[in-house]
Design a protein around this ligand. Sequence first.
Ligand code: NI
Length: 139
Amino acid sequence: MKNIASIYRVEHFNAAHRLHNSQWSNEKNEMVFGKCNNLYYHGHNYELVVKVTGEIDAATGYVMDAKLLSDLIKKYVLEEFDHKNLNKQVSYFQYLNPTAENIARVIYDLLRKEIDSKLEIQIRLYETSKNFVEFPASK
Ligand code: NI
C-alpha cells in the first residue's frame, strides 16, 4: 500500500466583482446573474481551501511542507486577489467572467505551475458559506 495523504491549507481573501456577459442585453444579464450583475460591483469574503495529495515523503514525513504551501498561496493568490476588484485589477479576469468556477480555475493554474507535478492539487473556493466550487471536479 502506498502512503498517500492529502494536506489542506485554508486562506481567506476579500474581493469585488461583477458578473456580466457583454454579448447579452442588460435584461438578460440581470436575469442570469441577479445581484452579481450589479453595475457598481459588490464584494465577497472568499474562503479558499487548497488540497495537495501525494505520497508521504519517507525522509520528512510530509506530503508537502505546509509553510511552503502557505507561502505560495500568499505570493501567487492572496497578493494578487485580496482587496481587489477582480474585473478591473486582476488581469486574468479582463475577458473572463469572475465566477467562483473561473476564479478556482485561475487559482489552480497559478498554483499548478509552482507545486511539484508529482503532487495532485484541487482548489475549493467558497463564495458564501453555502456556495462553493471545486476545481478540478471531484471524481
Ligand atoms: Ni457576486
